[in-house]
Design a binder for this molecule. Structure first.
Ligand SMILES: *Cc1c(COP(=O)(O)O)cnc(C)c1O
Length: 367
């Protein structure tokens, strides 16, 4: 290869993102609890809208996303002019890094934060800075202490993935006020699962350096369609619109998401069922000697005695056709992240973990 052809600095530092596994060799009945997908899928109206849009695939999509932004604005009580739609919230994260970070700047995120923050920071040539958490909870004091005059962006997922924990909005406000030189990005991918939480919308309405990101991939059940959105100060949304590809979202994606956001009953049902089964699963695993922090999302982070136990349990689950997520890449090698599935899936995963723990205890290996 030609010596003089090299990518921009930072690009080769990126480790490729690994999605959750979806197959177990030799099994057709495996259940996938590794990607925090909604087990009930999307609203029927979203499916119908996507199918209708298939009749016009020869047409370019709209560029201003006006219909989807209006629907989101209506449902969430937000100004559509301050909303920006992207190919998943991943693209919003990416656009923020592209527009605001670069060589000689720093992008902060928390110890067990979402891996896309590091990837997007590197892609922009910025320096990713990982900041310690306090017992798997975002530590605002540590973030404030880590910020410098080179800090441009601070990403906080609230609730966080893969820990499931969250902090108060007052704490996020304290962070934004303490670091006015940077944009605080509140990644609220799981906001709908946390009762009475606005995802940081009010903060992003009021403060000049707060952006909220949201997604259709989780409670809306549309991970395959790739739609997310951001909301923040007009000036920031204007900047991001300049780096956004004009046709970043296809018309089926725009129409599907618009129908999905308008179906509030579907979301209410999914939220209620998730709360019920999340509580059941956490309690059931705790009884078997596997604790988890209180989760505000659609997964729980099951903690084992050590990495060896977590890995052995993961192997046992796979053998039984249950796919969960190992989170060593997030600095949590002794944990397994388990998506809250439907009732049958929750019972199956709890049953297998119960067998595994009982066998360990009997063989004297402890937990
Ligand atoms: C799943 C997830 C997202 C959503 O990503 P999309 O690109 O919208 O699918 C964003 N942030 C976190 C923390 C997530 O777990």
């Amino acid at each position: 290869m030609a010596q003089n052809i090299a990518p921009q600095p930072g690009i080769m530092e990126i480790s490729l993102y690994q999605g959750g596994a979806s197959h177990v060799a030799g099994r057709t009945d495996a259940i996938k609890l590794s990607s925090n997908e909604n087990p009930f899928g999307p609203s029927d109206r979203a499916r119908e809208a996507v199918i209708r849009a298939a009749h016009n695939l020869h047409r370019y999509p709209g560029t201003d996303h006006a219909g989807l932004r209006a629907a989101i604005g209506e449902v969430h009580g937000l100004d559509p002019e301050r909303i920006l739609c992207g190919v998943g919230s991943d693209e919003i994260i990416h656009m923020l890094c592209q527009a605001y970070a670069g060589p000689e700047t720093e992008v902060l995120f928390t110890e067990h934060g979402f891996l896309m923050y590091r990837i997007s920071a590197h892609a922009a040539g910025a320096t990713p800075v990982q900041v310690p958490e306090r017992e798997r909870v975002t530590d605002v004091d540590a973030l404030i202490a880590a910020a410098t005059d080179r800090t441009r962006l601070i990403f906080v997922a609230n609730p966080n993935n893969p820990t499931g924990t969250m902090i108060e909005l007052a704490e996020l406000e304290r962070l934004a006020l303490a670091v006015p030189q940077a944009i605080l990005v509140i990644d609220a991918a799981y906001a709908e699962y946390a009762d009475g939480y606005d995802g940081g919308a009010e903060l992003a309405t009021r403060l000049p350096n707060v952006v909220m990101t949201r997604t259709f991939s989780k409670i809306y059940g549309l991970g395959g369609l790739r739609v997310g959105w951001g909301y923040g100060p007009r000036e920031i949304v204007d900047v991001l619109n300049r780096v956004r590809g004009p046709f970043n979202l296809s018309q089926p994606a725009l129409d599907g998401a618009e129908a999905a956001v308008r179906d509030r009953d579907h979301i209410a049902r999914c939220r209620a069922e998730n709360s019920r089964m999340r509580a059941w699963l956490a309690e059931s695993l705790a009884e078997k000697g596997v604790p988890a922090d209180p989760s505000f999302a659609n997964f729980i982070l099951a903690r084992f005695a050590d990495e060896e136990t977590a890995t052995a349990c993961d192997r046992r689950l796979k053998n039984e056709g249950v796919i969960v997520r190992q989170v060593g890449g997030y600095g949590l090698p002794h944990c397994l992240r388990i998506t809250v599935g439907d009732e049958a899936s929750c019972r199956r995963v709890a049953h297998v973990i119960g067998l595994f723990m009982a066998e360990r205890a009997a063989s004297g290996q402890g937990a």
